[in-house]
Write a protein that binds this ligand. Structure first.
Ligand code: SF4
Length: 156
């Protein structure tokens, strides 16, 4: 049985980014061979449409450039996506970097000037609090190695 892996839906080919684009991983097929992918887009789960306004984290809030506040939708979507993962006993996630939801190491700085800073989005923050191991496109090789170790430790 393949282990479950929570994945940002845009990395898995879904056109769910704010501008209705995706960020499909080149190694998606290989990933599917090793993991049961659980694709979630927390922003869509929070009720936001696609396309939708670009948002950034500004202190504790998620705002558009015009200061529209989407924090509640982001929090609600993150909780729903977490529940989906928990129902499948999943505690590993592969998340899209830089997103105000899924970014786990880098996010935009809230000035809408394209400036990146260290930080994490609403969903990544919740997953980390819940003890998930979080990977990104930059650490997929580590994720694959973790999977091999998991397979080898399974009784035959
Ligand atoms: Fe991708 Fe996450 Fe943004 Fe949805 S919320 S588009 S899954 S980065």
């Amino acid at each position: 049985k393949k282990p479950p892996l929570l994945i940002s839906a845009c990395l898995a080919g879904k056109n769910c980014r704010y501008d209705a684009s995706s960020a499909t991983l080149s190694c998606l097929a290989e990933l599917r061979e090793h993991y049961e992918l659980i694709e979630v887009c927390p922003e869509q789960l929070g009720g936001l449409l696609t396309p939708r306004p670009c948002t950034e984290l500004v202190k504790e809030r998620v705002l558009t450039k015009d200061a529209l506040d989407f924090t509640e939708q982001f929090l609600s979507g993150a909780k729903k996506a977490l529940l989906i993962a928990q129902l499948q006993a999943c505690n590993i996630a592969l998340l899209m970097e830089r997103s105000p939801s899924c970014g786990s190491h880098t996010v935009y700085d809230g000035t809408f000037s394209g400036t990146l800073i260290e930080g994490e989005g609403v969903f990544a923050h919740l997953l980390r609090q819940m003890g998930f191991a979080i990977y990104t496109a930059q650490t997929i090789e580590v994720l694959m190695k973790a999977n091999t170790a998991w397979c080898e430790s399974e009784p035959r």
